[in-house]
Design a protein around this ligand. Structure first.
Ligand code: COD
Ligand code: ZN
Ligand code: ZN
Length: 377
């Protein structure tokens, strides 16, 4: 049936309010307006940030909302003025867009396009409305993407066309978790051959940072997690050692110093989102040149205070969103690198579930049983 230009009725998981399970509903998805693209979502991952919204940790998001921001699909139809995408194109929606025109997009080292919705959480398209209706009510977008639905509408600046042959149920992770962690290592830190790395937190993002450390040529990669069930996967993906803070009387920076003959690590990645582990990661870095990359996002009100001696002595404290990648340019290249076997992210997918089991997928994440669950339609 030709759907172009018409409202599509389809299945979506609506978050009506925080603290409640998602509700599978029939929603109406309006056709794309000018410079918008309607996408048939084929596979979507469940990321910890979706869970942060549901649990009420990110209180600025407007409900009701369709969450999800890590997906792959095909273009169903395009709005007026869209020239670089056509129906049938395989795509990844981009939670950090790339408009190509703003001061961030024009800067060679800045990937935070001003049109992102990360801090503000307007949850609306550029024209101030959304394309989703359910039970007569407008439903908000999430991070320019909203992928927990069979069809979504996104701005053209938030879509990357990718290789038609790419397996959607794996490369959907390039839409968030994989690129965020991997880019933290290869872009933000620029891990070099022979270096020693420490990855704090071995969830989907930490393991992706670990893959980046390996691709960068690190010879020692130390994984740190309170859940030892994460160690086997971390070792499979390239960790040379794994430690749990609970096994030591000493604090982790001291343990890492002892493990490295008093030197510390060249690169430390914080992939948990706690200020105390951010401090521990910085303190674990080598004097004179160590770099700590913060990837996890801590609760909005949290602050860090530390002795400036830690950085005046040559350590660097930095961070990145979406691994520093300029999204529309780099996502197609990341998919090509996956196809060329430059890295393998398949091990991050621990569960593949039918879309209707989305709440089960969230439960697997909350109980630490999954790395990434992929929902398929
Ligand atoms: N010490 C060691 N490990 C810990 C500790 C601790 N104190 N606390 C928790 N952990 C471990 C957990 O056991 C778990 O294995 C891991 O840390 C965290 O993994 P997940 O699976 O919960 O989460 P991820 O990997 O999907 O994401 C983690 C982030 C913190 C990076 C994520 O929640 C986040 O903050 N994302 C925001 C970053 C971003 O760019 N967001 C944009 C869209 S996502
Ligand atoms: Zn995410
Ligand atoms: Zn821009």
């Amino acid at each position: 049936m030709e759907t172009s230009g018409k409202v599509i009725k389809c299945k979506a998981a609506v978050a009506w309010e925080a603290g409640k399970p998602l509700s599978i509903e029939e929603v109406e998805v309006a056709p794309p307006k000018a410079h918008e693209v309607r996408i048939k979502v084929l596979a979507t991952g469940i990321c910890r940030s979706d869970d942060h919204v549901l649990s009420g940790c990110i209180s600025t998001v407007h409900f009701p909302v369709i969450l999800g921001h890590e997906a792959a699909g095909v273009v169903e139809s395009v709005g007026e003025g869209v020239t670089d995408l056509k129906p049938g194109d395989k795509v990844i929606p981009l939670f950090v867009p790339q408009c190509g025109e703003c001061t961030s997009c024009q800067h060679p080292r800045n990937n935070l396009c001003v049109k992102n919705d990360l801090g503000k959480h307007r949850g609306l398209m550029a024209d101030g409305t959304t394309r989703f209706t359910c039970r007569g009510q407008q439903i908000h977008n999430f991070l320019n993407t909203s992928t927990f639905t069979e069809y979504t509408v996104v701005e053209e600046i938030a879509v990357a066309k990718i290789d038609d042959a790419a397996p959607v149920h794996k490369i959907c992770l390039i839409g968030c978790g994989f690129s965020t962690g991997y880019g933290a290592a290869v872009n933000t830190a620029k891990v070099e051959p022979g270096s020693t790395c420490a990855v704090f937190g071995l969830g989907g993002i930490g393991l992706s940072a670990l893959i980046g450390c390996k691709v960068g040529g690190a010879t020692r990669i130390i994984g740190i997690d309170i859940n030892k069930d994460k160690f086997a996967k971390a070792k499979e993906l390239g960790a040379t050692e794994c430690i749990s803070p609970q096994d030591y009387k000493k604090a982790i920076p001291e343990v890492l110093l002892a493990m490295t003959d008093g030197i510390g690590v060249d690169y430390a990645f914080e992939c948990i989102g706690h200020v105390d582990t951010m401090m521990a990661a910085l303190q674990s870095c080598r004097v004179g040149c160590g770099t700590c990359v913060v990837v996890g996002v801590s609760p909005a009100a949290d602050q860090i205070s530390f002795n400036p001696k830690l950085i005046v002595t040559g350590r660097t404290l930095t961070g990145s969103v979406f691994g520093g990648w300029k999204s529309k340019d780099c996502v197609p290249r990341l998919v090509s690198d996956y196809m060329a076997k430059k890295f393998n992210l398949d091990g991050l997918v621990t569960h593949t579930l039918p879309f209707d089991k989305i709440n089960e997928g969230f439960e697997l994440l909350r109980t630490g049983k999954s790395i990434r669950s992929i929902l398929v339609f």
